[in-house]
Design a protein around this ligand. Structure first.
Ligand SMILES: NC(=O)c1ccc[n+]([C@@H]2O[C@H](COP(=O)([O-])OP(=O)(O)OC[C@H]3O[C@@H](n4cnc5c(N)ncnc54)[C@H](OP(=O)(O)O)[C@@H]3O)[C@@H](O)[C@H]2O)c1
Length: 300
């Protein structure tokens, strides 16, 4: 059992207890998530600091780099502490222009699971998300063949738990007819709240919702209401954005990304902020009707 003083406490993914404050490793690869980091030792230091701070949930994918963040995680942290749970995703690969083409045929998914095992130095992956959709966000397509392939790998003992990412509510429901899921990882933040209904439904069913781009991703969240609340509370917009997510629903797990030890510490401290009803009312006016396609890069 993990006890934590990190903001938000803990959540249980299937039988795995994790801190609600996690860490997203995507920003550790090179520019646009391609190639190695400019500062290799600095990247290792961020990962070690995450674990030293008590974080027990690290989000990654073998497509980051590709292979770069998984190998950094292994170099920094293997052999892993028992309490640490590494969550990865499969279903997209990389092309030589830095794109994220889908790779959801059964052979590609099997290869991706084995690549993750090898690059992370594990015999079993704790949690694998099937990454759906494309650069424009979730797309209405059946997940049956791809999710059944992952369920088969789970039956073989290579994966403990399954989730879906970049998914519509219909795809979440379809996946759940094939095998249980413990999380959904979709784009969501203060200014991008298309999944409000889905979050509430998952909370009722005991399933975690893990927002990617919690700070806005490659385009940091900008809003006059957010800045005003942060200024009044004497903190940063990032801190307010993270605290708001923890407050939004108990099934929300944070995986903010950073390549900086200083930002990691700032984010952990900032997420502990208490927001008053007046703060929440002011933040409720923030709305952004855009889609993932308006991001400057594909979701990873
Ligand atoms: N499932 C999917 O399709 C998908 C898609 C995208 C991402 N993800 C996952 O979600 C995680 C989070 O997303 P993300 O990392 O792209 O975006 P994010 O967490 O919304 O934002 C990361 C950006 O914020 C900056 N930042 C972080 N803390 C800061 C601070 N205290 N002050 C100023 N700037 C700060 C980082 O820059 P610095 O490095 O300079 O701190 C980085 O540019 C990823 O790491 C990845 O694991 C999943």
């Amino acid at each position: 059992m993990v006890s934590t003083s990190l903001p938000g406490g803990t959540w249980t993914l299937g039988d795995l207890t994790v801190t609600r404050f996690g860490y997203g490793a995507m920003q550790l690869a090179g520019p646009w998530v391609m190639g190695p980091p400019a500062d290799h030792q600095g990247a290792l230091a961020v990962l070690r600091e995450a674990v030293d701070l008590g974080i027990t949930h690290i989000d990654t994918a073998d497509a980051y780099g590709p292979h770069v963040t998984n190998r950094l995680i292994r170099e920094a942290l293997h052999p892993y502490p028992d309490a640490l749970h590494i969550v990865t995703k499969v279903g997209a690969t990389r092309d030589d222009r830095g794109g994220w083409p889908p790779a959801r045929d059964p052979a590609s998914l099997r290869r991706a699971v084995h690549d993750n095992l090898e690059n992370l130095g594990l015999d079993v992956l704790d949690l694998v998300n099937l990454r759906l959709g494309d650069a424009d966000g979730p797309q209405p397509e059946s997940v049956a063949e791809a999710f059944a392939t992952l369920a088969d790998l789970q039956q073989q003992g290579l994966i403990r738990h399954l989730g879906v990412s970049n998914a519509t509510a219909e795809q979440v429901a379809e996946a759940r007819t094939i095998a249980p899921i413990v999380c959904v990882q979709n784009m969501y933040n203060l200014a991008h709240r298309h999944d409000d209904d889905l979050i509430d439904k998952l909370a009722a069913d005991g399933i975690a919702y893990v927002p990617f781009f919690p700070l806005g991703g490659f385009t940091p969240l900008q809003s006059s209401a957010l800045s005003a609340v942060a200024a009044r509370l004497g903190t940063t917009p990032m801190s307010v954005a993270l605290a708001w997510l923890l407050h939004r629903s108990p099934n929300i797990l944070l995986i903010p990304g950073t390549s900086s030890v200083a930002h990691l510490r700032e984010n952990v401290a900032g997420a502990a902020l208490t927001l008053s009803p007046a703060d929440l009312a002011e933040l409720a006016v923030i709305r952004w009707a855009g889609s993932a396609a308006e991001s400057t890069v594909d979701p990873g």
